[in-house]
Design a binder for this molecule. Structure first.
Ligand SMILES: Cc1ncc(COP(=O)(O)O)c(C=O)c1O
Length: 464
């Protein structure tokens, strides 16, 4: 039996022989090749079979093995027809890619929408995944609306005693859930109300669904209820997308006194409020109020909670919680999208959320995020002269920084990237024209020293 180096040498010599022979030339017999290269019959056979698979040889039964006929040189592919066939599609621009594209190596990432691996419950995840893999029904079908125990857990978490597993539909992450609501409850051309600014991914998926964005303003205390009521009345919209808790990008929390007027505006309009509670687990100080859905009796709120932020970006599991026939609509819509979410992932999510170590893990994550937030805010205050942090959010993962008059968020982002710092330009968060230049700086992906280093770089870029 030849060793690896004999094999490789023989392969190289045989290849040379074959390359030197003109196309469609008969090869010497197996026996001649064995003798010439001192190889076993099995090795010659394997080598020739390998070259056959690579298109260098062809075997003609009864006649022998030949070098392959010469192919006419391939012309370069003409893909220009695709431009016409594809047309254009709103919403699928580069802002969306920025959400998930990996960072260039060695850069400092303040653009991430997800906590980094140091904040993930890797031990709990490994144990949950190994338990899930051993379950007998791990690969079977589940009810399409999701694992009953996970649905019960999410219902109790949102409004204990008022809602059950029957009110919950599992989707594959928050983004897929947003997309399902926009596509299955609205039709292309329908108006959808969004806060301005808001989550880039919500704007992208609403645009991709062909919806017309209707921006409503907010302030540090959340959406303005009168503006929301006015937008419903003016446009006849049936859906408003809101983030009452630590809204992405600016971190506002809907004030207690605005909750009732917001719910009343939806009730008067006979419309839905899509409550994206993406930061449910990330109070970094005093606890915020329970979700809006817990104060809604008549099915106006469709509540969304994903586990990708608190557990791990790769755990694509979320829950949509609602009351009434809207659930049947969404359930059918979700089946038409992707049938159901992998049972294994749902089991892992339930296992981690109910693990005895989960509260301890969350407490650690909150402490670390608090340290990072404070380090970033301090660095901004000390180093970014002329920039303004309009709000220091009590939770979440981002700070929203207003740039000095005349600074362009796009230019700053590009210049920072050239110096190895990734940030998110604010303009993509506005459904219309941005009123000023902002950057969204995330503290989810870096530790305090790197955050300070990144702000120092930004200061060089902005202040000059
Ligand atoms: C406000 C908001 N909602 C929803 C999502 C979607 O996240 P996922 O699909 O990972 O649950 C994100 C992601 O960044 C977000 O920022």
């Amino acid at each position: 039996m030849e060793d690896d180096s004999t094999w490789l040498q023989a392969q190289a010599r045989l290849e040379r022989l074959i390359r030197d022979l003109p196309p469609e030339t008969r090869l010497p017999s197996y026996r001649q090749l064995q003798q010439r290269y001192r190889l076993s019959p099995a090795t010659v056979q394997r080598l020739l079979a390998d070259m056959g698979r690579h298109g260098l040889l062809v075997t003609r039964p009864g006649s022998g093995t030949f070098t392959a006929p010469r192919r006419p040189p391939r012309r370069p592919a003409d893909l220009s027809w695709q431009t016409l066939a594809l047309g254009s599609r709103a919403g699928l621009g580069p802002d969306l890619e920025r959400l998930v594209d990996p960072l260039p190596p060695d850069s400092i990432g303040l653009a991430s929408g997800f906590p980094d691996e140091r904040l993930q419950p890797l031990g709990l995840l490994a144990a949950a995944a190994s338990r899930a893999a051993r379950r007998p029904h791990g690969w079977s079908r589940l009810p399409p609306q999701g694992l009953p125990e996970l649905r019960s857990f999410l219902a109790a978490e949102v409004a204990d005693g008022q809602l059950t597993d029957q009110n919950v539909l599992i989707a594959s992450g928050g983004q897929a859930a947003l997309s399902a609501v926009f596509r299955h409850l609205c039709s292309p051309g329908d108006p959808v109300i969004v806060e301005s600014p808001t989550y880039v991914g919500a704007l992208a998926t609403a645009r991709a669904a062909g919806l017309v964005l209707v921006p409503v303003p907010g302030d540090a205390h959340g959406v303005l209820p009168d503006a929301l009521a006015d937008a419903f009345a003016r446009t006849g919209s049936r859906v408003a997308y809101l983030q009452p808790r630590y809204a992405n990008p600016h971190g506002s929390v809907l004030a207690a006194e605005r909750r009732e007027p917001v719910l009343a505006a939806a009730a008067r309009a006979r419309a839905f409020l899509l409550e994206d509670d993406w930061m449910r687990d990330f109070d970094l100080g005093a606890p915020t109020l329970p979700p809006l859905i817990s104060a809604d009796d008549d099915g106006h709120v469709i509540y969304l909670r994903s586990v990708s932020k608190p557990i791990a970006a790769g755990l694509r599991v979320s829950g949509l919680v609602a009351r009434g026939p809207v659930l049947a609509r969404l359930r059918r819509g979700r089946i038409s999208d992707d049938l159901f979410v992998a049972p294994m992932l749902q089991q892992i999510a339930l296992d981690v959320l109910t693990a005895p170590g989960w509260p301890r893990h969350l407490a650690t994550v909150r402490r670390l995020l608090r340290e990072r937030r404070d380090a970033l805010a301090t660095a901004i205050a000390e180093l970014l002269t002329g920039c303004q942090l309009e709000l220091l959010p009590g939770g979440g993962m981002h700070l929203w920084v207003r740039l000095p008059e005349g600074s362009s968020d796009a230019d700053v982002t590009e210049a920072a990237a050239a110096r190895g710092v990734a940030v998110t330009p604010g303009r993509a968060s506005f459904p219309g024209e941005p009123p000023a230049s902002y950057l969204r700086l995330s503290y989810a992906g870096e530790e305090p020293p790197a955050l300070r280093q990144a702000v120092r770089t930004l200061a060089e870029v902005i202040v000059g």
